[in-house]
Design a protein around this ligand. Structure first.
Ligand SMILES: *[C@@H]1O[C@H](CO)[C@@H](O)[C@H](O)[C@H]1NC(C)=O
Length: 487
């Protein structure tokens, strides 16, 4: 049990540690409560009493000159006593002289004697009758009393018997329960304990494994990652230039767009749609946080590429090339951008813009795109397809300036400094009020997420509304550019 509690504690600790990111200077502000959970978000509706209707920013079309030339899970007691009545003897007649003894009585003498005696006998008889009567009464009441007692006794005996039955019944039941409990003690409890113990053991082992893995990772992080891959000898101004020079494998290359820039590393996709693509943005595993400052977006961050086992960096990392570099690359001439995305089932869609130009820092890296074609929906120029009217318009990205949580250039003009698209939506981007597409948003593992998972209750995932709506964060998203040329 203690271990389980400890384990829960570990999990909550890890959870609380995991919330450090892009807008921490602002993390004491209470999260917003939203009633609507599944509908389209993206936009920030207008409060007409206080705000003017937002308008789009004018932007000149992307550069169209200078492209390239064509290329090849819950007895009772019974008795009666009878009284014996004893009568006394009657006397005989006497002779004149006593010495003559006693003679047989004559009739008269007999009568007199009998009469004399009769008196006493009568009274005796009365007496006796009385007594008998009384005795009779007494015995009757005794008899009754006895009967009553007898009845009571019978009842008691019955009760005793009943009680005995009940007791024995209870005894049987108790015995049954005892047997049951005993069996359970002997069999089930030890086995349940065994099961629990093994569960705890397994958990313990898992925790140990995790601890080891964490320790290993901490070790690995002591020194910064060094990518050791061979960089191909072939180089160029960007990937198209390289492929034209014979660099036809997709991997990391060194490029130097013009002689005023130091040469830098970049991943070149040399297979998709004839290759020649310079990867300027890539999301694929959430390994790199995209809630970064203006300066980080300016210079670029993340990992350009890693080795997939071979001697060269053939696998792209998660990165943002850097606004200065992107601007510079797109200003060299007519540029096209290919935005590729993949959901958690492996389905893939894409959006392609034939024209793509990013202004320089002085012009807040303003975005200009044109000529959409593709399967994902034209988020950048038309806005979210789930929204209508001005709500839709405020999700258009074309013509927007670049914003980061520390530099607000979005199309949401509000007096509250917390109401900034980049602070609410998680990344640096050409936010309007706010977005239909959020490729630099927070990475949510598994795709579906909800406002209560988001830091500010807004749809801050890696979103492309026109395909999956506001509450689905894509698994992969990448942006690659190439100088335009007639195919
Ligand atoms: C814009 O969105 C708000 C709330 O999100 C809604 O009340 C309003 O009707 C929407 N306007 C249009 C034109 O769809």
């Amino acid at each position: 049990m203690k271990r389980l509690l400890l384990c829960l504690l570990c999990i909550s600790t890890v959870k609380s540690l995991a919330v450090i990111d892009y807008d921490d200077e602002d993390s004491d502000s209470p999260p917003k409560v939203h009633v609507e959970t599944v509908d389209a978000r993206g936009h920030r509706p207008v409060d007409r009493r206080r705000e003017p209707v937002p308008t789009l920013r004018p932007v000149s079309p992307p550069i169209s000159k200078g492209g390239y030339q064509a290329r090849p899970t819950k007895s009772p007691i019974r008795g009666q006593k009878k009284e014996q009545v004893v009568y006394s003897d009657a006397g005989g007649c006497r002779h004149a002289s006593d010495q003559l003894g006693v003679l047989c009585p004559t009739g008269c003498e007999l009568q007199t004697a009998l009469l004399k005696q009769e008196k006493t006998v009568k009274s005796d008889i009365r007496d006796l009758q009385d007594k008998v009567h009384k005795q009779n009464e007494v015995s009757t009441s005794l008899y009754q009393y006895m009967n009553t007692l007898e009845d009571k006794l019978a009842k008691r005996q019955k009760q005793v018997k009943d009680n005995e039955n009940v007791i024995s019944q209870y005894n049987t039941e108790i015995e049954r329960h005892y047997t049951y409990i005993r069996e359970n003690m002997d069999n089930n409890i030890p086995s349940s304990l065994r099961v629990l113990r093994s569960v705890v053991d397994t958990l313990h082992k898992k925790i140990q494994k995790l601890e080891n893995a964490i320790a290993t990772q901490i070790d690995n992080c002591r020194t910064s990652c060094i990518v050791s891959c061979n960089i191909p000898v072939v180089s160029g101004k960007e990937c198209e230039d390289i492929i034209r020079k014979g660099g036809d494998s997709s991997e990391m290359y060194l490029i130097q767009p013009d002689s005023f820039f130091k040469p830098y590393k970049v991943y070149c996709d040399m297979t998709t749609q004839n290759g020649g693509w310079t990867l300027i943005q890539n999301r694929q595993d959430g390994s790199v946080g995209f809630g970064r400052t203006w300066d980080a977006y300016k210079k670029g961050f993340g990992n350009i590429a890693k080795s997939g086992g071979k001697k060269y960096c053939d696998t792209p990392g998660e990165y943002w090339l850097g606004n200065d570099k992107i601007s510079q690359l797109t200003k060299m001439g007519s540029t096209e951008v290919l935005i590729e995305m993949e959901d958690w089932n492996g389905d893939k869609l894409l959006a392609h813009y034939g024209g793509f130009t990013i202004q320089n820092e002085a012009n807040k890296y303003q975005l200009s795109v044109s000529n959409y074609k593709g399967t994902a929906g034209d988020a950048l120029m038309e806005g979210a397809s789930q929204l209508y009217g001005e709500n839709k318009t405020m999700t258009i990205h074309n013509g927007m300036f670049f914003s980061t949580f520390d530099r607000d250039n979005d199309g949401w003009v509000h007096a509250d400094p917390r109401k900034q698209c980049s602070k609410e939506d998680g990344g640096g981007w050409w936010y309007n009020r706010c977005h239909s597409a959020n490729p630099n948003g927070r990475y949510y593992w598994g795709g579906q997420y909800s406002w209560d998972m988001a830091k500010h209750g807004t749809d801050d995932g890696v979103v492309w509304m026109n395909w999956k709506g506001s509450w689905y964060s894509l698994k992969k998203m990448s942006m690659k550019i190439r100088p335009f040329f007639p195919q």
